[in-house]
Each structure stands twice: as structure tokens, then as C-alpha cells.
Design a protein around this ligand. Sequence first.
Ligand code: NI
Length: 185
Amino acid sequence: MIYPVTVYGDPALRKVAKPIDKDFENLQELLANMWETMYHSDGVGLAAPQVGKSLRIFIIDASPGAEEEPELKDFKKAFINPQIIETSGDEWVMNEGCLSLPEIREDVIRPDTVTIRYQDEEFNEHEETYKGYAGRIIQHEYDHLEGILFIDYLSPLKKRLLKSRLSNITKGKITPPYRIKIPGK
Ligand code: NI
């Protein structure tokens, strides 16, 4: 099932998401729907708050990065209850987009490397370090669980320049090629 994607102005995007426990029902179904929603919207990552669920879950398919980083060829992963342990490495700029901010792309500075502890779909614990493209998407998706959007990192001037476009998103005046949930509707 394809979920409608929450967009800027939706309170779900500003909450700190809650962890899930092993008794959580229908995790496999939720994940399957999230994958379907992400591919339908042509995204490389999707966090549960973006489908209106304030849960600490995100999914990533970093395989489009394989052109430059061949090891990402089969990089497809679900992160349950993730916790960033550390970020490190040189900061670099990437032009980021977000399904919850349709038609907005901006340069965002983030550290290169991230060490993250998380559980997989079977609730096995992992601690891994990622850099480059995968490290970038992980940091972006993780932010969604903390109620943070990439525009929060922009300068006050850049934010001011985006104000009317953001308000158009909230009012439902932007129609991306995927289903969205207009805030308050
Ligand atoms: Ni996003």
C-alpha cells in the first residue's frame, strides 16, 4: 500500500519519534508499505514520520550512489530504533532534496562519517559506520526521527527566500508526482 507522504507544515515531521519494541505488530507490513511508498515517490530514503507515523524507523536504498561508490550497488536497509553514536570526518556539501519538501533542493553541509547503532527487522543489534553517500542519507533520515528537516540548516537569508514556497507546500499548492497528505486535511 502506498502511503500519502506528509509534507512541510505537518506536525508529524516536527515530533521526536518513539522507539518500537519487539511486540510491535505488523512491522513487516509497515516496512513493505514504506518501501512501496519510497519507490513510488522515487526517493532514496524514507522515515516513518514521513508517512505520518511517529516511530523510530527509516529505510534507505543507496544504490543510485553506486555510479560513484560501487560498494553501494545492493545497499538497501531498514533501520529500527537507530541511535547515532558519532559523526566525524570532513564536512562536505551536497544538494539535498526531501519527499516532504517537494520541489525544494538546497546545499546542505554535513560531516562525512556516521556511526549508528540500530536494530534490523528481526531486532538484531548492529553498530556500523558509514560515509559518503550512504552516510549522507542516513544523517538526513535520522534527522526526521528527531523532528529536523534539512532546511533547518540553511542560513536565515536562504530560509527567508524559501518562505513563500514552503507556505505553498503547506497549503497544498504544490503537486509532486506522488501522493501527499496536505497538513490539516
Ligand atoms: Ni527527507
